[in-house]
Write a protein that binds this ligand. Sequence first.
Ligand code: AMP
Length: 193
Amino acid sequence: MKYYIMFGPPGAGKGTHAVALRDKYNLCHLSTGELLRAEIAAGTGLGRQAQKLIEGGNLVPDEVVERMIEKRFNSITDVEGFLLDGFPRTLGQANDLDKMLAARGDSVTAVISLMIPDEMVHQRIRRRAAIEGRADDASDVVIQNRINTYHAQTEPLIDYYKKQGKYFEVQADADTIEENRARVLDLMAKINK
Ligand code: AMP
């Protein structure tokens, strides 16, 4: 199994471009954000626990997302690999993912990092708020908190994966989705050469 990580700040286009990679490379796209939103919509205990944290722009506890991910690793087998979108987001999660994969005789294949400047995060999320209606996209304060959380807790993963020689970056700052998608597909082709 291959294990790719879609990495980058909120609004960088991880979910959008994950779909193109999923289809082309026969991968299972696992978005922890989407899985959590489904739990909230279904009104589960986990959803209720996560809702306040998500709506404040804070991370949910590592164990919660790790359990969701491991469950899928154990049950989904009819694919060439997994495309993790929004996970890992902390060094603790990255360490635990390495352990989870080592126990399966596997390891992270590559990290595909989508980079955009902070100003663009605000612009893109404001645009997305009108389309998707996500509660955590609706307020500038929450968006800023997500950006701060990204810099403080998630950005250190760049060095973590650079040290492993697994970090690949693309500038996802073009004006059109098509141009950014072409850049992502091009990078993925190079990773798999
Ligand atoms: P996303 O759809 O990836 O932007 O995620 C939406 C929200 O879900 C995040 O702002 C977090 O509150 C929560 N979340 C998603 N993935 C994780 C994760 N790996 N660790 C902790 N919280 C997460």
